[in-house]
Structure formats: C-alpha cells, structure tokens
Ligand binder design. Structure first.
Ligand SMILES: [Zn+2]
Length: 135
C-alpha cells in the first residue's frame, strides 16, 4: 500500500484527525498531485424554498471533480429545471462551477473564509462531511 493510500485509510477511520489531514495534503504535494482547492455552491431557493444548507463547499483538485463529488456525496443536482425537479421561472437549485474554476485555498463564501455549520456543508476530498445536510 503506498503512503497516500495508507493516509487515506487512516483518515477514513479518524475523520476528524486534522494532523493527518495536513499530512495527507503534504503527501499529495510530494507525489505531484494537484493541490486541493475549495469550490462553493450556493443554493437557489427555486419554487420558494431552500432544502438543507445554503452553501455546499467541496474540496477537490478541479472544478470538474468538485461538481462530480458534490453530486455523488452531498446531494447536489444540476439542470434541475430541465429534469423537472425545479421551478422553471426560478431556475435551477444548484449550478455547476466552471470546470476550469480555480477555487479557494480555504472554504469560503464570497471570498470570505467560513466555518462549517447548519447552513454550510463542507465536503472534504476524502469523503468526510461536516455541517448541515442537503435533504
Ligand atoms: Zn418559480
């Protein structure tokens, strides 16, 4: 097992271990993997109501990867109007970030660093989630 996989396993069993998380990021850098960034999704209250947290903030190497992880892990869905889930006068509930978007170094909303909470769900690259749920 390579060291990155070992650290991933360690994070899976100790998800709140921030020291391991920092070590994991250093190991990614050592292996030449892209630095992880944070990508923000802001919920649109389509049909007049919000469902779950206002913001979902996903850690990933690229915007494209963040879109995929957000759908798989955090309950984000895109193109909600065309799929019939969302109101067509209000628009989609969630929008993809641009695939080439740079993201932020730390979880941020409108360029301001934020903490996880009921209105802010963080999705870490290892799958650990912190904060409110998108239900
Ligand atoms: Zn509407």
């Amino acid at each position: 097992m390579d060291s990155l996989a070992k650290i991933e396993r360690c994070l899976a069993t100790e998800p709140e271990n921030k020291a391991s998380r920092a070590q994991w990021e250093r190991e990614r850098a050592r292996l030449g993997l892209p630095a992880l960034r944070w990508f923000q999704y802001r919920q649109n209250n389509t049909g007049g109501s919000f469902h779950g947290p206002m913001n979902v903030i996903v850690q990933a190497a690229t915007g494209a990867e963040a879109n995929k992880r957000g759908e798989e892990l955090a309950g984000l869905y895109f193109d909600g109007v065309s799929s019939g889930h969302d109101c067509d006068c209000c628009g989609d509930r969630w929008y993809r970030v641009w695939e080439n978007e740079e993201g932020e170094a730390v979880p941020s909303v409108y360029d301001e660093p934020v903490e996880a909470g009921e209105e802010r769900l963080f999705v870490y690259a290892d799958g650990w989630m912190e904060g409110g749920e998108t239900k």
